[in-house]
Write a protein that binds this ligand. Structure first.
Ligand code: AMP
Ligand code: FE
Ligand code: FE
Ligand code: ZN
Length: 279
């Protein structure tokens, strides 16, 4: 069982990287990828735990980007964590995420008793800050029952509290992943519940820049989108993956709820620069 998309508290998952590895073993996975947003901070702890627990680990990052003003999440697998292309891009995005979250808290504080300190109290030092951490502060203060409830109303785009992120263009992001030796896969490209989704043309432009796969089997891609994406993958020669996008208790997504075929995993391992961690 191969699940190539999970998050730890190095970004917006609720468990430490070691705890995610333990949960992956408990869920019966043979291979798991850690893909925290815009960071590799969880890699070392996850690798130690994976070796100890005897699970194969694909080290990755979920890179924030945009196209036509639409949010695009790009999975990078097995890149060189020290290559300046992604290191610099991640640093800029992580920094601007802080400014953006502070601006959202400023706006929220007009109507809700939440402070920046309340948000920081919900995060590990150095984590990639995002709306999930603001959601945790709203939950802690009693304004929402859980993250999903906070996302469904207070934090959704279109409210006066929502602030856009400054992130690179999707084509630029794909090129940075390729330059870093990573394997670029478009995360949940048909996730209509999160907002607008990108056109076939944007996917083609990303492919021209080096995109090699689409995350088709994901709970946020509806059946129609999965059919559309499967046919795009076929016509453009892309491979397809399936993954959970596990966030611990931060989301209902369960480990192994979608999986990736072993032949596709073998291709990712073949293309990627960094080693898959095995005990
Ligand atoms: P941001 O990148 O700060 O705008 O926040 C988006 C992140 O919030 C995504 O990476 C998701 O993991 C998370 N997210 C989106 N929708 C939900 C939800 N309904 N419940 C919990 N987390 C969510
Ligand atoms: Fe997330
Ligand atoms: Fe994502
Ligand atoms: Zn994710």
């Amino acid at each position: 069982m191969i699940d190539l998309h999970t998050h730890s508290n190095a970004s917006d998952g609720t468990e430490s990287p070691a705890a995610v590895m333990a949960a992956a073993v408990a869920a019966g996975l043979d291979v798991v990828a850690l893909a925290d947003h815009d960071t590799t901070a969880g890699w070392a702890e996850a690798a130690d735990a994976a070796r100890r627990l005897g699970i194969a680990l694909v080290r990755g990052t979920e890179v924030s980007a945009k196209a036509d003003g639409i949010s695009v999440h790009l999975l990078s697998y097995l890149h060189d964590p020290d290559h300046p292309a992604l290191v610099e891009q991640n640093a800029v995005v992580k920094g601007s995420r802080v400014t953006r979250a502070q601006e959202m808290v400023d706006r929220l504080s007009v109507d809700f008793a939440v402070t920046w300190e309340d948000v920081l109290a919900q995060t590990e030092p150095g984590t990639t800050i995002g709306r999930p951490h603001i959601a945790d502060a709203l939950v802690s203060a009693g304004y929402s029952v859980d993250r999903s409830a906070a996302f469904a109303n207070i934090l959704r785009p279109g409210t006066p509290y929502y602030v856009h992120q400054h992130v690179p263009d999707a084509v630029t992001a794909v090129k940075a992943v390729v330059a870093s030796g990573g394997v670029p896969v478009f995360a949940h490209p048909g996730a209509m519940g999160r907002g607008r989704i990108v056109s076939d043309q944007v996917i083609e432009e990303m492919v021209d820049a080096g995109l090699v796969g689409l995350e088709v089997r994901h709970r946020d891609n509806g059946a129609d989108q999965q059919r559309r994406l499967t046919s795009i993958a076929k016509s453009l020669g892309l491979f397809v993956t399936g993954s959970s996008d596990y966030h611990g208790t931060g989301k209902p997504n369960r480990l192994g709820e979608h999986t990736t075929h072993p032949e596709v995993f073998a291709q990712i391992e073949e293309i990627g620069l960094s080693e898959v961690i095995r005990s």
